[in-house]
Ligand binder design. Structure first.
Ligand code: 5GP
Ligand code: ZN
Length: 114
């Protein structure tokens, strides 16, 4: 755990969140500022700043996060159309430096993304 990290605090139960999934490796909760009718964040419990910091040994964990994304999209009723986003680095829009997958659904999305 990183003491200053807001997502570590959510994972530790120190900050409240609307949690929709929990297991030994991951946690998912609703984004506080949703950009779509359904907007979930999926995080590893272990503090990892960015996707770029992941290592080959994190392969199982990264796959697990995507697998949870698929399950939650079904659970939320948006499995026919949703977007999974990872912003890596400030220039890509990352504002919380604890790896997270955004799962967005419930509306149509443009391409290319902004
Ligand atoms: P990023 O910009 O790093 O890709 O995404 C960070 C996301 O975390 C943003 O969509 C933001 O709304 C969300 N967020 C930031 N602080 C909190 C918080 O305390 N609780 C929840 N549920 N979401 C947060
Ligand atoms: Zn963290």
């Amino acid at each position: 755990m990183s003491a200053a990290c807001i997502f570590c605090k959510i994972a530790a139960g120190e900050i409240p969140a609307d949690v929709v999934w929990e297991d030994d490796q991951a946690l998912a909760f609703r984004d506080i500022s949703p950009q779509a009718p359904k907007h979930l964040l999926i995080i590893p419990r272990r503090h990892l700043e960015r996707l770029a910091d992941s290592q080959p040994e994190d392969q199982q964990l990264l796959g697990h996060l995507l697998s949870v994304a698929s399950r939650l999209a079904s659970q939320e009723g948006v499995s026919d159309g949703y977007r999974v986003v990872v912003n890596n680095g400030a220039s890509a829009g990352q504002s919380v430096f604890h790896l997270h997958l955004h799962v967005l659904g419930g509306r149509t999305f443009g391409w290319p993304p902004g």
